[in-house]
Design a protein around this ligand. Structure first.
Ligand SMILES: CC(C)(COP(=O)(O)OP(=O)(O)OC[C@H]1O[C@@H](n2cnc3c(N)ncnc32)[C@H](O)[C@@H]1OP(=O)(O)O)[C@@H](O)C(=O)NCCC(=O)NCCS
Length: 191
């Protein structure tokens, strides 16, 4: 059996599992990359569904998913344990989350990629839009994957399905992980 066949990718099933995923985020984003500890967790965490990749019971990968507005899924905090990288785990994690977004009938997925890993997301079909920007001291790029091009959400503030850009051409202003969730974020604690 290959290493990738031994991996299980699924939503975290308990608060304890979420805390283990958070520990991995601290290892990767704070200790390895020097990001701010106060962002792990941040205010989006309670509204997010947290996915984990497990190998032999150990969490070796994690990412989170939430809906910042109707029809849109946002993926973030994608992290694979350093020793486990380059084995297809990141791909397996993202494919599971994209499948989750499809099963919800969402029209698109957005994420803010660190510029150094754009190629990883491009292999999964995401495309860059707008210009690069700084977040947590690291250069980022907004990316999007269209799941359904013809969908219009009744009553949605974003009914065009087209890209809304900020002053610098980026679409991130209302959707940044660093922006606070509005009180209308549906389904808080989707676990
Ligand atoms: C980015 C990250 C999640 C990728 O996970 P991974 O398990 O190593 O990636 P995979 O092994 O599944 O790679 C899947 C494909 O993407 C490619 N890839 C992986 N990292 C890449 C990178 N930095 N740039 C370009 N391509 C990359 C792989 O070569 C592979 O290509 P292939 O399918 O053609 O063989 C992982 O490196 C990581 O956790 N990095 C630190 C945290 C981080 O930067 N997260 C992203 C925040 S936006």
């Amino acid at each position: 059996m290959s290493a990738i066949e031994e991996v299980e990718v699924r939503p975290a099933l308990s608060h304890e599992e979420y805390l283990r995923a958070l520990k991995l985020r601290v290892e990767v984003f704070v200790e390895e990359q020097g990001g701010p500890l106060e962002d792990e967790p941040d205010c989006w965490d309670p509204a997010a569904r947290h996915f984990v990749a497990l190998r032999d019971g150990e969490i070796v990968g994690t990412a989170r998913f939430y809906q910042p507005c109707l029809g849109v899924g946002k993926i973030g905090r994608v992290a694979v344990r350093r020793e486990a990288r380059g084995q297809g785990l990141g791909r397996q994690l993202l494919e599971t989350m994209i499948g989750h977004a499809r099963s919800l009938g969402l029209r698109e997925i957005r994420l803010d990629s660190q510029v150094s890993v754009i190629g990883f997301y491009e292999r999964l079909g995401l495309q860059s839009e707008g210009g690069p920007f700084m977040e947590a001291g690291i250069l980022h790029q907004s990316m999007r994957l269209t799941l359904r091009g013809d969908h219009v959400e009744p009553g949605s503030p974003d009914t065009s399905g087209s890209s809304r850009t900020g002053s610098d051409g980026g679409p991130r202003s209302s959707l940044s992980d660093r922006a606070r969730p509005s009180s209308s974020v549906p389904g808080s604690l989707q676990r």
